[in-house]
Design a protein around this ligand. Structure first.
Ligand code: SF4
Ligand code: SF4
Ligand code: SF4
Length: 254
């Protein structure tokens, strides 16, 4: 098969879910209008949401979800040995995601509250790269299907995919949204990597930073603006730590 005169490889790919809601896999399985094109680029050999097929041989493993149990660690290590390329899929896999809220409590309290008299084994939440080596990360809660498909195209063509360097604010202003900071809300668009088309703000919800930090961001300035607007350090921390995706930026207190 050829695309733009270049022979396409058709790698065997697998999707595996760990601690998560499986919404990122659903993004891929959804939107049937582009699914056929996607399936012409890769051979899917494991994808629990759409097929009962299960094979042990694959080249690319997409890992969805955070890691929060011992058996997940062992399963992930086995996948890492098999796959040539391991891709963390979604904010849970890249950063821990919403599962990281568990960090705000003791593991014991979480187990008591959630499982009551039927406790289960659970560990502090880890991202995929904290357990095994990761070759590529695709952030988003959920991922952007359009971005995912573009990444797959680059992968099979062997060309480099580049994430947008600028923050969500750029897409937000392109969409002519009214700034939510001016409406008294904490919006993390100024420090968050674009690529979602500012979907939350388009729906009048502030950005929680699920896509991780923008390469070109200015956290000290945003922090100063939020402080001047009267938000307390606790309110600011509550938002910036929601997905555990902005720690790399917000830990710099300067
Ligand atoms: S990143 Fe969000 S949508 Fe994707 S699996 Fe995690 S919670 Fe679900
Ligand atoms: S701070 Fe939020 S609402 Fe304001 S421009 Fe940036 S992304 Fe849009
Ligand atoms: S607006 Fe922010 S929270 Fe919403 S999808 Fe985009 S990066 Fe994630």
């Amino acid at each position: 098969m050829e695309y733009l005169g270049i022979e396409l490889k058709k790698p065997k790919v697998s999707f595996f879910d760990f601690t998560c809601c499986e919404g990122c896999q659903l993004q891929i399985a959804n939107k049937e209008d582009t699914l056929v094109d996607f399936l012409s680029l890769v051979e899917v050999v494991n994808f629990r949401e759409i097929s009962s097929e299960k094979k042990d041989h694959y080249e690319i493993a997409f890992i969805e979800g955070a890691i929060s149990r011992q058996d997940e660690i062992e399963r992930l290590e086995k996948i890492r040995k098999q796959a040539k390329l391991v891709v963390a899929l979604g904010t849970c896999a890249c950063y821990g995601g919403v599962n990281s809220l568990k960090k705000r409590f003791s593991v014991e309290d979480v187990v008591n509250e959630v499982y009551g008299h039927n406790p289960v084994e659970t560990l502090p939440v880890k991202s995929v790269k904290e357990v095994v080596a990761v070759d590529f990360e695709i952030p988003g809660c959920p991922i952007s299907k359009a971005e995912f498909e573009s990444i797959i195209l680059h992968l099979v063509l062997g060309t480099e995919f580049r994430f947008k360097k600028y923050p969500v604010c750029v897409e937000c202003k392109q969409n002519l949204n009214h700034c939510l900071l001016d409406e008294g809300k904490i919006c993390l668009g100024p420090i968050t990597r674009a690529g979602c088309n500012a979907v939350c703000i388009n729906g009048k919800l502030p950005c929680y930073g699920c896509r991780g930090p923008a390469e070109e961001n200015n956290w000290p300035s945003l922090k100063q603006i939020l402080t001047e607007k009267g938000f307390s350090p606790e309110q600011i921390d509550e938002k910036t730590s929601f997905f555990n995706s902005l720690t790399e930026v917000t830990k710099n207190e300067s």
